[in-house]
Design a protein around this ligand. Sequence first.
Ligand code: ATP
Ligand code: MG
Length: 651
Amino acid sequence: MSTPPSVYPVPEALAAQAAIGRGDYERLYDESVRDPDAFWARAAQRLQWMQVPTQIRDVSFALEDFRIRWYGDGELNASVNCLDRHLHTRGDKTAILWEGDDPATPPRHVSYRELHARVCRLANALRSLGVRKGDRVTIYLPMIVESAVAMLACARVGAVHTVVFGGFSPASIADRVADCGSKLIITADEGLRGGRRIPLKANVDAALKLPGTNSVETVLVVRHTGGAVGMQMPRDRWYDAVVDDQPDTCEPERMNAEDPLFILYTSGSTGKPKGVLHTTGGYLVFASYTHEAVFDLREDDVYWCTADVGWVTGHSYIVYGPLANGATSLMFEGVPNYPSVSRFWEVVDRHKVSIFYTAPTAIRALMRDGDAPVKSSSRASLRILGTVGEPINPEAWRWYHGVVGDGRCPVVDTWWQTETGGILIAPLPGAIDAKPGSATRPFFGVQPAIVDAQGTVLEGEAEGNLVILDSWPGQMRTVYGDHQRFIDTYFSAYPGSYFTGDGCRRDADGDYWITGRVDDVINVSGHRIGTAEVESALVSHPKVAEAAVVGFPHDIKGQGIYAYVTLVAGEEGTDALLKELVAHVRGEIGPIATPDHLQWAPGLPKTRSGKIMRRILRKIAENAPDQLGDTTTLADPSVVESLLRERRGAA
Ligand code: ATP
Ligand code: MG
């Protein structure tokens, strides 16, 4: 077997055509850190301001003098930037291309003009219901056009939206409503995913019976499936009844650049969700700039990000970034494997998608089913592929590049967080050579550094904790209602810098490799081993579909390696295979990474956004089922039960 390449150079044609080509990156990056005021003042010109900012940045990460302000005297409205300013040049262009759960449902093309009118009608309705600048509005909707309409209508009247993923339970809704004291909830009768109905309105009813939720005065209900729901008057109102007769223009609120745009609760992989607060000006500059540069966006692109609007990826890269850029953004209601595992590629062909952005978890799941379901489609329209959410195993990266992209399309591995508002590390496709498993280089203005446990900044080739030395415009400004938690969580571990919580390696070329969360790094006999590395070694075995690795207390080594392995469809977990996999990891990484325990896992506990919850797997490995902690954000809690049963059987 020949060794696959470790570097995938920028395709020559793209290097020549891309807005940011070879050489441009170094020049612009250099300028962005040498003279950030000039750089970001120029970047701000991409937006339409009601008052153009003259103060660009006012930042200090020092604890005694802490502040983060961008474009502090600027005024703008996010919805105007995403809608009104495109009306002259792109009024008839499709803003949102909606594809339903069932392929038989006709897709919808919502033009910028129509989207503008719909947003204005809802914005007027919100005002008529007493929603004012600064009020919080909870959005609990499926992936339908109204979810973008709702976000932008809130932005128009200056209300702070907080989107709760449509798969969350009543308890999760109640927690989030109580935390931010929202006044109004926008929901739908039901959601639809993979042919199943999700009782959204009933979940809201149950949530509003829980303590702490009586701030809610109104529930607006979109008729989506037409399923029967109970309406409690006067609290509950049908969306169409309140919205349809409203005027289709609406005076936008003047917002200061530092006024809040939204609160979004983090996905909860590591504990109690935090209300991450983003503001208006810096966020929108950063979301739109990164979206244009990282995906090499062009006017006629059809851009599809498969995330849910309930995650930050949906905020920045389905709604705000693409619409601020006047792009066509595809919104998909369904799931990758319904009605068949070819669905993604059928949608790509149907709508001639040119930019496709998804998560490693989806790529690995589709890879399990082999190449045939992909190869039955053309995918000739694809130009750029992206990934986000977790470290991508090189094996999965190569499959994505080689099979999905037919080896033609650059893959941009984008590292970022809810907290960062937009992409911080990624290979700009026309400028930076890609490496499977590496997010490569920082975006303009982003200054990553690798520090050791004492906080010493390591130079050159190094591995340790990833911090960011200075602010960027899309940075979160606070944890809603708990500014001290914001400072304690992100700025105390390494004073003077933002701590990401992720481990990272920088190679000899200066490219960055995220090794996983710092909590997930395992210390075996004094050697730091990234869980991502061991997982990638396991996934590179042809019979392994997915793997999750955690540390557990070990008498001699300090920590041992515990691996959970999901096999490819049709393979069986025999003792012989177990030995083969252990030997495979030894061969790939070395004896130090030898798994001490390997457990077959038919499924892995994941958050609703598809991330493996290693916190829970650690407890299972430790055989401490009573310490599992909060499991309400799990996609399928029954997975935990079956892993625990297996664990007990093996012990
Ligand atoms: P919580 O903070 O509540 O525990 P979370 O960290 O999963 O949840 P997100 O903000 O959605 O919530 O995820 C950001 C994290 O996802 C990053 O800190 C990193 O660990 C991981 N991540 C995202 N993109 C990448 C990527 N391209 N490569 C490696 N890791 C990534
Ligand atoms: Mg996080």
